[in-house]
Design a protein around this ligand. Structure first.
Ligand SMILES: [Zn+2]
Length: 309
């Protein structure tokens, strides 16, 4: 702990990813706290607890995937299941921008054993997809069928099968009785190519002995302290600390492009039938209104740009 090379954090940013190597480079370790961001999303969508738990876990893993990328390289995670949540989407980049939403934020399912939120039931059977956009044209897309539906194990399965990297993943969200997020975050431990078999076995035991991540965060643990708790004996060396922020890339300009993309006939119908348009961003719930005159101006713009239509 207390590595002298780390840049000082802005005092009030509790949400960040810590990245380390351990056991002389045989292990890569990432840990994240994303409590405040998940609570902001929870508030924006007025989410119910099981949806919040599913989204918080997904966003924790996505933030760590983002921290493995460089700069503006973006990672999108999509979990599509046949349960009532239907779909979870989160994206993050190497600069710490993070956002996400669930298709149906108002979902309730019977609790699992010990009154735990039943994320598995809310998601159902389906797939986990990871899309990496490195800004080089066609994004890389990999996916696996869901093996558990509790998300952490599904990411471990994704790393093993799709990226050939044996990994242990722990994710946790604690939702209060008032529906607010008390704690959210996660841990990813990965065996790097030259890891010995002994280290692999040791890692497995260390992860099994780890208290629930949400409890560690609820009692005030930082990402570095989570890594210390998990693999402190393996002498982690901290490489990077990435502060996270909730950012949405939506804008009025993007909405205009979407309306233009409808084409003249669709836009015409919209003007005639509704006389206005209101677009809501699925990620941040920001609303963009367009009056009849503004829609007519967009229609005129299509005529100007594509005079043959
Ligand atoms: Zn938005």
């Amino acid at each position: 702990m207390g590595d002298a090379h780390l840049e000082p954090m802005e005092a009030n940013i509790k949400d960040y990813v810590a990245l380390a190597t351990a056991a002389n480079g045989q292990i890569r370790a990432l840990a994240v706290v994303n409590t405040d961001i998940v609570d902001e999303v929870r508030h924006r969508h007025q989410m119910w607890p099981v949806a919040t738990a599913a989204l918080g876990r997904t966003m924790a893993a996505t933030a760590m995937l983002g921290a493995m990328q460089k700069g503006k390289e973006k990672v999108t995670v999509q979990i599509i299941g046949d349960g009532p949540l239907e779909q979870i989407i989160a994206d993050a980049d190497g600069e710490g921008n993070l956002r996400g939403y669930v298709q149906n934020p108002h979902v309730d399912v019977p609790h699992a054993e010990q009154s735990k939120l039943n994320v598995k039931k809310a998601i159902g059977a389906g797939h986990l997809w990871v899309i990496r956009d490195l800004g080089l044209g066609e994004p890389y897309r990999g996916g696996v069928p869901l093996v558990s539906g509790e998300i952490a194990e599904d990411f471990a399965n994704y790393f093993a099968r799709s990226e050939q990297t044996p990994s242990a993943v722990a994710l946790g969200v604690l939702v209060g009785v008032d529906y607010r997020v008390r704690a959210s975050g996660g841990l990813i431990l990965q065996l790097l190519p030259d890891a010995s078999e002994g280290i692999a076995i040791m890692l497995e035991h260390m992860v099994m002995d780890l208290p629930p991540i949400s409890r560690l965060i609820d009692s005030g643990s930082t990402p570095e302290e989570i890594i210390e708790q998990a693999i402190g004996e393996l002498q982690p060396k901290y490489l990077h600390r990435l502060p996270l922020r909730f950012t949405c890339s939506c804008s009025r300009k993007r909405c205009e492009s979407a309306l233009i993309a409808l084409g003249v006939a669709e836009l015409e119908a919209l003007i005639k039938e509704q006389g206005e348009a209101e677009l809501t961003c699925r990620f941040c719930q920001e609303q963009y209104r367009f009056t009849k005159e503004e829609l007519e101006a967009l229609r005129a713009q299509i005529h100007r740009d594509q005079p043959t239509q």
